[in-house]
Ligand binder design. Structure first.
Ligand code: UD1
Ligand code: CA
Length: 463
């Protein structure tokens, strides 16, 4: 029997006080709804429907073709939201409903929920959990024999009901025919004036249909995000999950609570990550590296045995055995081949640096090609922008660029050439040539001493 998953993501998320739809707020490198969608995909459910509404175009733009969409024009409640998906669900016999704001749910738990639902032949199966602080969730009311008799929403619950710690996780399996029948008879006669999906459960109980329940391995899986405090809380829990998996895989975290790694990142064994480090997006770090402290690496590949200290690396590639930092900034399009050294206060953009080359201090190298075994002295600048266009600089293998050189692009320094310190190079330098492009020095013999003696005489007169 086919299963369809319906993810509710139309709500405004008032309590976030945000211009962005709630489900697009991010945790561990994915939006809340992407986490839910990923769990649905992991559970192997192919028919995936997302109910959109508030700023739905933005949600659509982010999830793309991973699911289909139905529009809930007015957000009249979770039950009303599911109703909008009826046509899209089509003939599927089992409907899994999920909230788009619960990013800790696991694929395995959804599988378990489905399996239990089918095994029990239930009309509805709920995912419930015991929470120390159940505030804000629907409470699960059971009779003396432990059977579920109702879900009471916080707004409508009595003080006794509010004391109950078992809550509705917001994940349900329904048998389709009884779901559609019950949705048709929902009414919004509650404190919030909404069509509650939870009333479907209440109706099923009244009709004597079977209501089953499953609990996730860890209660945290059901935690929802309604405000920024809960957003920070689920982010911390994701961090724990991710960093624990890396540590189990042989990565050292000096302080895992202060190390921020997206769920999309890979790190090889024997790499040591120092605190204050952010590893984001499609980043892959090799093995045997040290990374951080206070380093950000986004959408970049780093080879094995690299040392990166207090630096920022965006959309770049770093080969094996490179040293970067402290305080380096690699901007998009930087490619460092093996064994390159980039030192303090060096910025590189859209540049390939060949094997074994060194740019150790205070330089800006942009739109350039740097060959192998090149040494670029302190304070070298590629003047790549003339106010209108960007121009390339080429520095061939084995060249030596003296400190404080300006390379006014477009320009080429040939293989094995040298550039004298303080030069402003505006024309190509042939291979093996020495270029010096600065004022000649003059030495005025004895002039310094004369000056000092003159100043001394003037001081005497003043007294
Ligand atoms: C809901 C449940 C509550 C459960 C909790 C778990 C109901 C009535 N209550 O409460 O029992 O403990 O989730 O997290 O279902 N949405 C729509 N359209 C709407 C309203 C909501 O798509 O008209 C979406 C929201 O975008 C959100 C999800 O449904 O992703 C849940 O809505 P929310 O308002 O957060 O429900 P809760 O009050 O948390
Ligand atoms: Ca919620």
């Amino acid at each position: 029997m086919e299963t369809a998953a319906v993810i509710l993501a139309a709500g405004l998320g008032k309590r976030m006080k945000s211009r962005r739809p709630k489900v697009l707020h991010r945790v561990a490198g994915r939006s809340l709804v992407e986490h839910v969608l990923a769990a649905v995909e992991e559970a192997g459910i192919e028919k995936r429907i997302v109910v959109i509404g508030h700023r739905g175009e933005e949600v659509k733009a982010q999830l793309g073709s991973r699911c289909t969409y139905v529009l809930q024009e007015k957000q009249l409640g979770t039950g009303h939201a599911v109703m909008q998906a009826r046509e899209a669900v089509g003939q599927a016999g089992t409907v899994l409903v999920l909230c788009g704001d619960t990013p800790l749910i696991r694929g395995d738990t959804l599988k378990e929920l489905l399996e239990c639902h089918l095994r029990e032949g239930a009309a509805v199966t709920l995912l419930t959990a015991l929470l120390e602080d159940p505030g804000g969730y629907g409470r699960i009311i059971r009779d003396t024999r432990g059977r579920i008799v109702a879900i009471a929403e916080e707004a409508d619950a009595s003080p006794e009901q509010r004391a109950i710690k078992e809550v509705n996780g917001g994940f349900y399996c329904f048998s389709a025919p009884s779901l559609w029948a019950a949705l048709g008879s929902l009414t919004p006669d509650n404190r919030q004036g909404e069509f509650y999906l939870t009333d479907v459960v209440n109706l099923a109980v009244k009709q004597g249909l079977k209501v089953a329940s499953v609990q996730p391995q860890e209660a945290e899986e059901i935690l929802g995000v309604n405000d920024r405090i809960q957003l920070a809380k689920v982010a911390a829990l994701w961090r724990k999950r991710i960093n624990r998996a890396f540590m189990e895989g042989g990565v050292t975290f000096i302080d895992p609570e202060a190390t921020y790694v997206d769920v999309t990142v890979e790190i090889g064994p024997d790499t040591i990550v120092y605190p204050g480090t952010f590893l984001e997006g499609a980043t892959v770090i090799g093995s045997g590296c040290t990374v951080g402290p206070h380093t950000t690496i986004r959408d970049s590949r780093v080879g094995d045995n690299c040392h990166i200290d207090r630096s920022v690396i965006i959309s770049s590639e770093v080969g094996d055995n490179c040293h970067i930092g402290p305080f380096a900034y690699l901007r998009p399009g930087t490619v460092l081949e093996e064994g390159v050294k980039i030192g303090d206060f060096v910025e590189i953009k859209a540049t390939r640096v060949g094997k074994g080359s060194k740019i150790l201090h205070l330089s800006y190298i942009g739109d350039a090609q740097v060959g192998r075994e090149v040494n670029i002295g302190a304070g070298t600048i590629t003047c790549n922008f003339d106010g209108q266009s960007k121009w390339p600089t080429i520095i061939e293998d084995g060249a030596f660029i003296g400190s404080n050189t300006n390379l006014v692009a477009p320009v080429r320094v040939g293989a094995g050439a040298m550039v004298g310190a303080g030069s402003t190079i505006t024309e190509d330098v042939p291979p093996d040539a020495l270029a010096i492009a600065r004022e000649r020095q003059i030495n005025l013999e004895g002039r310094a001493k004369e000056k000092r003696e003159k100043w001394a005489r003037e001081r005497k007169k003043e007294k």
